[in-house]
Ligand binder design. Sequence first.
Ligand code: GAR
Length: 195
Amino acid sequence: MLRLAVLASGNGSNLQAILDAYEGGLLRNLQPVLCVADRSCKALERAAAWGLETVLLEGKHNGEKLSEALGRQLSDRRIDIAALAGWLSIISGKLTREWTGRMVNIHPSLLPEYGGRGMYGEQVHKAVLDAGEKQSGCTVHFVTDSIDGGKILGQSRVKVLKNDTPDSLAARILIEEHQLYPKILADLTDSFTAE
Ligand code: GAR
């Protein structure tokens, strides 16, 4: 079994979807063992309620120091795969290089569109609506030192509706995220164990 850490900063609905998928047997070769958060958040509560070990890297950690502390947590707990699920802090190039091919992220747009620094949460959906896009969606990709720029592992699409607000679009995309992320994690880790 490969060991999964989920990195979160917010509500943790993607964390929950991953935990539910594990319980449903979808994550055949991957066991959630750790949740790391960079701030106090609902995701940590969900993780603790499920019985996951939780780590809060708050306050004294920022920038490079946060990445160093994160790297230590991941290696101390012998983590194989790190899944960013609403994680908002920038991860240093040093750490992303150490984790090449083993650190993944979910982003609420059809990358490479609407990604990069400052593009997270509501900003993304607002930009999509302002541009009059006909469709949007979500993307799971490898994390590299280029923000939201790593190899794409999978995408789901949704139609943008005439009366969409950033909130309504975000909610429809989130439903797709909850399906896509566990599936990509399962496929990725199947490919590891087949090697
Ligand atoms: C999700 O929509 C995720 O794609 C997005 O934050 C939300 C977290 O929701 N991530 C980003 O914008 C990262 N650039 P959750 O905490 O309920 O999983």
